[in-house]
Design a protein. Structure first.
Length: 245
């Protein structure tokens, strides 16, 4: 409800309805159509056209969707408890998990070019990871513009480190496909190992935290495990670099 395309299709009067509804969701869910028309200073026919452009068959269905939207806003937030964090760090101390991080450090060490990519909060962590690795001594880039052109074979013998919580973002998958076509290695850090991103990668590292989505769009799943994974790989990479000096 209220997608970009729907809002873009509204005319001036219908935008008046939208502006009123979005601020008064709770009241609108109890209003009759005439009451909403009077409050938004439009006609009932404008209200019906507005409902139709939102994909509703009528005002009754529109009110039902408004109530559903209201319920979504009232859903309790999910908080990562200390027990969940403890469980991740317990897993991170196993030989199997440590071996994955050793393998990642080895792949990065052997690469001529290292590139991070992610969007949203994952992108922010990609910037952090690139700076952290560069501070250690392994020059690393962060790809901010997925459409930035590069010469053919430029990323031959490179490694792409793809960060994605859900692992289903189209731009991330597209980047992985592009890098693999250039014979690059791909390391993915995702929440689970069943996502498309995880399956496409040469090496996947998963951390398994409860998904925390706000308003169906904003992912605020804890990224503490990702910071730990990046920094631990970085420490292992530092040891490899020092052994060659």
């Amino acid at each position: 409800m209220f997608s970009y395309e729907q809002i873009q299709s509204l005319n001036e009067l219908e935008m008046e309805v939208y502006n009123y509804v979005i601020v008064h969701l709770e009241q609108v869910s109890h209003m009759r159509i005439r009451e909403l028309a009077e409050s938004a200073h439009v006609s009932t026919s404008t209200i019906l056209r507005f409902c139709n452009k939102l994909g509703c068959d009528g005002y009754t269905e529109f009110k039902l969707k408004v109530k559903m939207l209201q319920n979504q806003k009232q859903e309790p937030h999910v908080f990562e408890t200390p027990q969940l964090m403890t469980e991740f760090f317990r897993k991170a101390q196993t030989e199997e998990f440590d071996a994955l991080l050793d393998q990642a450090a080895g792949i990065i060490m052997a690469a001529e070019k290292v590139v991070f990519y992610g969007i949203g909060s994952s992108g922010t962590l990609g910037k952090y990871g690139a700076r952290f690795f560069s501070n250690i001594g392994k020059y690393t880039q962060y790809l901010e513009d997925p459409f930035y052109p590069y010469p053919k074979d430029y990323y031959d013998k490179a490694v792409l480190i793809a960060l994605s919580v859900e692992g289903e973002q189209r731009t991330v998958i597209s980047q992985i496909n592009g890098y693999k076509s250039q014979r690059s290695k791909v390391i993915s850090i995702t929440n689970t190992d069943t996502s498309t991103t995880a399956k496409m990668a040469d090496l996947n590292i998963s951390y398994y935290m409860p998904l925390n989505i706000v308003g169906k769009h904003y992912n605020i799943t804890s990224q503490v495990p990702v910071v730990y994974i990046l920094e631990t790989i970085g420490r292992k990479l530092q040891l490899l670099l020092e052994s060659q000096r």
